[in-house]
Design a binder for this molecule. Structure first.
Ligand code: SAH
Ligand code: SF4
Ligand code: F3S
Length: 467
């Protein structure tokens, strides 16, 4: 058994990390059905693609409904309290299922087990959970299934460490059109509210060669788009190269000729002019930037440890805005400890200045062991939610305005799948990441088509194929 330790997780005492290759382990279970539920960010979704790949290369078959599965895995997120509650709610349902299905094997993985309190709770109160692992040892999933099944005991292996890089996972991608590619793991920013640097370890870049090779292979397999992933992609390369940054990587990935390149998430601190130029000049790098601001008050930004001011954010924002056709979205937290009505109004002012194409907005949620969780002047929940509502109104107004500019315009849409808006429609994204529901059949899936926009809303647009 290996339990997490958040003091160890905070250490950044190593400059180098190991890069190793995934090695296949044979599972003691044969021809089994599995189900994975994933919470959290794109990195977690991509980790699920790794776990699925490992299970399927061992003969496991996916099933649609968890009640039919022999192995159920929950890939968890620790970013806010409500993510926790959802996981424990689902575990309650699984406990119930296991009363009639004794051989059901249940696993919990991802960011939540990296928290000491969670893993201790799973160990002491959730003994029906067969195995637990964290973000540092995804490749151990089969080993842990084997151990827990053969011993009949709970297997827990969660490491709190700087972290390594595992290459060569057998991915099971969620579709064959657009793919996630990890470029940098972990985070060293330690924003005072955030748990990610503790759950995902230190910032570790993958080598440019492995990234480019992965994109070349994806292109050969017919993928049209890649999204380069990291908690802070703009820090790419700093830990392993003297003079090779995200700007250089974008150029090398662009040279593979893949049709569309995206990247998330950007931290304003590491965003250089070269990167702005790369996005502007490379034809297959899409004009879309997710640039979390978190707050419009310099006092709060300082308490958050974000390393930029409202003024420097706006200056970067304006440089990015000058890229033709660009859209820019953000993340905002309201109710950070000490946030006054005046601070909040500065956030509203910033939104009014920037007129974001979209924003993910959150009420501050205190996280175990983070500095902000013990700061004085925690804000009342009602105040947080009242501010969140006021913020959302302003944010939605600008998303709507941003979309309405496209009425009657022709846009290029990469069609990804069926639309939820009707049997006769498919859905996809514009170059600048606007969701479009297009009248048309499944034969359009996987194609980049020209669409004329016929209606716009806050979160999506409707369109028809342009003649
Ligand atoms: N690495 C990315 C974001 C990762 S988490 C970045 O730095 O931009 C995604 C978003 O969740 C954050 O941008 C932040 O807005 C929000 N978030 C993180 N911790 C939070 C907390 N404790 N309470 C509320 N929102 C939080
Ligand atoms: Fe969290 Fe800040 Fe790192 Fe983003 S940059 S993952 S908000 S610590
Ligand atoms: Fe959540 Fe972990 Fe991502 S905490 S947001 S799943 S890095």
């Amino acid at each position: 058994m290996n339990l997490p330790n958040m003091i160890e997780a905070k250490k950044r005492n190593k400059k180098e990390f190991n890069v190793y290759n995934y090695e296949d382990v044979k599972c003691v279970l044969k021809n089994k059905k599995y189900f994975i539920r994933t919470y959290g960010c794109q990195m977690n979704e991509h980790d699920t693609e790794k776990i699925k790949g490992i299970l399927e290369s061992n003969g496991f078959v996916a099933c649609e409904n968890y009640v039919d599965a022999d192995v159920v895995i929950i890939n968890t997120c620790a970013i806010r309290e409500n993510a926790h509650n959802k996981v424990f709610g689902f575990l309650g349902q699984l406990k119930h299922l296991k009363e009639t299905k004794k051989d059901l094997v249940i696993g919990v993985c991802g960011c939540m087990p990296q928290e000491e309190s969670v893993t201790n709770e799973l160990k002491d109160k959730y003994k029906f959970v067969n195995f637990v692992f964290g973000t540092h040892n995804i490749e151990d999933v089969i080993k842990l299934i084997n151990e827990s099944v053969t011993s009949g005991k709970q297997s827990i292996e969660v490491f709190s460490k700087y972290g390594d890089v595992c290459e060569g996972f057998p991915f099971k991608r969620s579709n064959n059109i657009t793919a996630y590619v990890d470029i940098i793991l972990g985070c060293d920013k330690f924003c005072t509210y955030c748990i990610v640097p503790y759950t995902r370890g230190a910032q570790r870049s993958r080598s440019k060669e492995s990234i480019v090779e992965e994109v070349v292979n994806l292109k050969k397999q017919g993928f049209k788009e890649v999204t380069l992933l990291g908690q802070n992609v703009n820090a790419y390369g700093k830990d392993i190269y003297e003079n090779y940054t995200l700007a250089n990587l974008l150029k090398d990935v662009s040279d593979t000729g893949i049709e569309r390149i995206r990247f998330v998430t950007s931290h304003p601190w590491d965003f250089t002019d070269e990167m702005v130029c790369a996005i502007r000049d490379l034809p297959n790098v899409m004009p879309y930037v997710h640039l979390p601001v978190q707050s419009g008050s310099n006092r709060i930004l300082k308490l958050m440890g974000r390393r930029y001011t409202k003024e420097s954010y706006i200056s970067l924002y304006n440089k990015l805005r000058s890229i033709e056709g660009v859209s820019i979205t953000t993340d905002i937290i309201v109710g950070f400890p000490g946030e006054t009505e005046e601070d909040f109004n500065e956030t509203l002012d910033l939104v009014n200045t920037c007129k974001f194409d979209g924003a993910f907005t959150f009420a501050y949620s205190p996280r175990e062991n983070t500095p902000a969780s013990i700061m004085k002047d925690q804000v009342d929940e009602d105040v947080k939610f009242e501010r969140l509502n006021r913020l959302n109104e302003v944010v939605n107004k600008y998303s709507n305005m941003g979309n309405s500019k496209y009425l009657d315009k022709i846009v290029n849409v990469l069609v990804l799948g069926k639309s939820e808006k009707g049997e006769d429609k498919v859905m996809g994204y514009t170059e600048n990441m606007k969701l479009v529901n297009v009248v048309g059949g499944n034969e359009l899936i996987g194609q980049i088509v020209k669409v004329r926009i016929t209606d716009t809303k806050s979160f999506s647009m409707d369109g028809v194929l342009a003649q």
